[in-house]
Design a protein around this ligand. Structure first.
Ligand code: Z5A
Length: 237
């Protein structure tokens, strides 16, 4: 556990931690990147591959989740954030606080209990998205965002973050004619600041870069290799 983003988010659980299961603390893996970079596809692929990968300890379950919307409260917040009714769209500060509220509930109700029970958690987005969208994109203070991150996560950081790096033009091409949500509609300049923000955060936080321009299967193979490299015994690397 760390209180602030670290040079490397790749960390082992403390050796003495055995958790409630006696299996030790579980592992927390996050997928980050711009809209349409393939997070949902790769989360599903990893959820199929991981249980038989030899990485999960016996009895450990794999929990897949996402932000916003990983809890019942989060589902309601997601609707308000992405598809607000009438004139209920939040301003940028309210938007930041709503994402923080979603995360606080998510960490407290789902992620932390699962990790303490020795399970693995795979999340579509986490703290890096707030830095990229609300910090770099909206221009809110990154210092303030980091303070809020510490409060919302109670110091929890991912053990591994996979950054699916995709050029904005390809993300827009993949979206095609699908209707944009409120954040996707914020304009090309905003989305480019977000894309640049992900690159900056990846460097600062020590994320693993995955080339998301590759065919789907090649991206999956790269994600699997990163997990084996970080969590696997030498025989699986
Ligand atoms: N947000 C925020 O502002 N602040 C925060 O703190 C957090 C979030 C946590 C959540 O949206 C929104 O909330 C998001 C950021 C903001 N902004 N928006 N909008 P979401 O969860 O509904 O959606 P998303 O995360 O932005 O992305 P997505 O549309 O679900 O895309 P994706 O999961 O990254 O990609 P995908 O669905 O797997 O793939 C998209 C398409 O590309 C699909 O047709 C695939 O078949 C295709 N695809 C995927 N991989 C490939 C490859 N390798 N080659 C070719 N085609 C591919």
């Amino acid at each position: 556990m760390a209180t602030t983003p670290r040079a490397s988010e790749v960390s082992a659980a403390p050796a003495e931690f055995q958790g409630r299961s006696g299996r030790g603390r579980g592992r927390f893996v996050v997928l980050e990147g711009i809209d349409g970079c393939g997070k949902t596809s790769q989360l599903e692929a990893l959820a199929t591959w991981l249980p038989a990968s030899g990485l999960l300890p016996a009895g450990a379950e794999l929990i897949t989740t996402r932000e916003p919307g990983g809890t019942a409260l989060g589902q309601a917040l997601r609707q308000l954030l992405l598809h607000p009714p009438g004139d209920a769209a939040p301003g940028s500060t309210a938007e930041l606080l709503l994402y923080a509220a979603d995360r606080a509930q998510h960490v407290q109700q789902r992620i932390q209990p699962a990790l303490e029970a020795g399970h693995w958690v795979l999340s579509d987005r986490f703290t890096g998205s707030t830095a990229a969208y609300q910090g770099h994109g909206r221009g809110l203070s990154l210092v303030l965002i980091q303070q809020l991150e510490t409060i919302a996560t109670a110091g929890l950081a991912a053990d591994l973050t996979l950054w699916l790096d995709l050029p904005l033009a390809e993300s827009l091409r993949r979206r095609g004619n699908r209707p944009a949500d409120r954040i996707e509609s914020a304009g090309a300049a905003f989305l480019q600041r977000v894309a640049d923000g992900f690159a900056a955060e990846a460097l600062q936080r020590g994320w693993r870069r995955i080339d998301a321009l590759q065919p789907l299967e090649a991206v999956s193979a790269a994600c699997q290799a990163a997990l084996r490299d970080v969590f696997g015994p030498p025989s699986l690397r």
